[in-house]
Design a protein around this ligand. Sequence first.
Ligand code: GLA
Length: 434
Amino acid sequence: MKKTILLIAALVLAILPAFSQERKPDGNLPKWEGLAETPQMGWSSWNKFQTEINETLIKDIADKMVELGLVDAGYVYLNLDDGWHGERDAQGFVHEDSEKFPSGMKALADYLHSKGMKLGIYSDAGTNTCACYTGSLGHEYQDAFTYAKWGVDYLKYDWCYTSNINPKGAYALMRDALRWAGRPIFFSMCEWGSSKPWEWAAEVGHSWRTTGDIGVGFLAIPQRYDENGNRLWTPLGVMPIVDMNEPLRQYAGPGHWNDPDMLEVGNGMTAAEDRAHFTLWCMMAAPLILGNDITDMTPETLATITNKDVIAIDQDRLGIQGLRLKKEGDIQYWFKPLEGGDWAFCILNIGEAPATVTIDWASLEVDDELSGRRTDFANVNYRARDLWNTSAKPFTTLVKGKGKLRRQMVQNPVSTVVGSHDVAVYRLTPVNGQ
Ligand code: GLA
């Protein structure tokens, strides 16, 4: 008996310093670092399947993501959203729904890891998840322990059923629990921007939702009503979300990103709208979490989500969220500073008809206080690469430079046509000595 007590005391003494060294001055544990140097990329079950998920579906999606090159393109997280939970046991430990996931979460994590992918899971800071499964309130450390034991790599933590709970405390509590559990787990906060997490959560999570839920619609989605004329919850379209997320650029950066919600590419918008939606998410350095049925998509959708040059805008190591320089009627001009002096330049047309856009470079000079970067169209030539190849190479001309054909931007006003609800996006690279 005495021996056992001594052994326990020795163990406690051995473990304690490790924890106390980890503790920050305010007594909390630090979030896991190094997991979000660029915005996270992956797939989530929610937008397409809601709670209708199961092991077979998830494995099929994973197989297809490998087969179609999506994992190679960077989409490594496969995230189960709401609907995976089973019951808590007598000790309070959570279990998966054994009908939906008969082999268990550990087996699913092992399967994904063997394919070079990572497993994401979902829970909620309140008593219940938004679809009314069990929430983590009062079980935070137990749940974090369970996720770590299963080999989970990502947690999306929602905000339903949280009356009288303080968001700062609730999210910090789960951050601590995840750190304590010992496995690096990406922490995706989802409280819809209600308490302005961008102002306080850089030390808590790796990304935070900035808005309510996205739906399938490019402009505002009309308010929905039930048969009695009562207002129903209505999701947000792409552009209303963009308008809310764009002004928050100062808060995003490596390790902590604004999250304007998961992608709806391939879920019913036009190819142009999908392209514009995807491009804007990349211009805003947003998480790229696919939300469509990977096992059943058109070649156009696949081409959109695997455009490596556009993904590179999102994943640029500087991690600077792009800015909307100006609006002229239905036309918007966006810029994003990139590594090596490059810029991403995007022209967006939110109008109902194709628009002829005359580009006046003098009026598009960017002087970005946040990044300290500025363009110099007056004095520097830029090579412009059209990343979607949708237009007839506007404002570029083919010139012979040192024996080979080279596209070079001309500094005179030039015109291009941008389709309705579409974008033209270019990577501008300074060309020296020409
Ligand atoms: C909330 C979230 C969504 C999704 C659902 C699941 O609405 O914002 O992204 O996770 O819950 O019920």
